[in-house]
Design a protein around this ligand. Sequence first.
Ligand code: PLP
Length: 384
Amino acid sequence: MPHDGIIYLDHAATSWPKPPEVLEAIAYALGPAGGNPNRSAHRLALAAARLMLESRSTVASFFGVPDARDLLFVPGCTFGLNMALKGLLEPGDRAVVSSVEHNAVVRPLAVLEKAGVEVVRIPTDRSGRIDLDAAEALVAARPTKAVVCQHASNVTGAIQPIGDLADIAHDHGAILVVDGAQAAGHLKVDVTALGADVYVASGHKGLLGPQGIGVVYLAPVIEVRELVQGGSGGDSGSLTMPAARPDRYEAGTPPVPAIAGLGAAVEVLSREIDALVVQEQRLVQRLVAGLAAIDGVRVLGPAPGEERAPVASIVHASVEPDRLAYELDSRYGIAVRAGLHCAPAAHAAAGTLETGAVRFSIGRGVTEADVDLALEAVREVCSK
Ligand code: PLP
């Protein structure tokens, strides 16, 4: 049902509203647990350190990470992907990457490419799924350091065959780096079962936490250079970061309020995830079927009925995306996102690089009534 008069269908940008537990945890982290963790030894600092430990262990078990020290807190998914790619790849290395990545992968790889990393791209079909045979041929062709792929697309909702890609990468001695921004919290993700060596996620999207926090899972055997050096609260006499995880990768005062908020959010999610996945899948299929039935509308990505993340982007034969999004917001209070969604590569593959698209994205709190109201609104705007 609408919250504050808003039907919020922009969960792929950021989830909203956050569970009340998140707000409470943030207030607690700023109040009774407001010290600097792992620095001072007074009660406020100890409470902050405890909050961090609890959040890390909650998030680690949510992702099936056996040792919570392999679950790193970073400022966001973009930061985590930069850290993984720049910390793994050196001039002369080769990376095989999907051709539908978000700019959080495309842009750091462009910098690395300029510096002498070879980057080759895996083609996708029109629904946005990678071609596994092509992926295997590319990885087998020359020694490859990393295979990089998103788990789910923020444009088409296409879900990539990460388990198969992990097998391909590992058969050829490569490391699999996964951008889980649009999968975490919307699909059940067990990083160990998936075979991901590095799995990066945003805290504020499907994980329901606040902005300013992301997570990186680093498999125990994977060596990544840290991107940032600074204080770690211990071993202060050394010029180098401590070797132990997570300290090596978490220089500087951590964002405890965001970490506490994320921990509280993931506690809620851990209880709800099974039901939530079923509900979101039901709603997105209802949305896609309804959108596809509207005259002049093309739904990007997987066909109605096919598996997808809870995202649906459309173009209309005559109504421009910006206008449709504006009308939905101003006349109906429906929040969606128009444009290229920071993912021109995905739009190029879908044939919408010139126009962009309007994206509807579903998350916790969205109801069938919301979906039906959105469909009715799109019908009205597009019939004028
Ligand atoms: N990867 C994908 C597929 C995304 O959709 C996004 C954000 O929209 C990101 C990475 C970057 O996430 P953040 O902006 O939270 O750093």
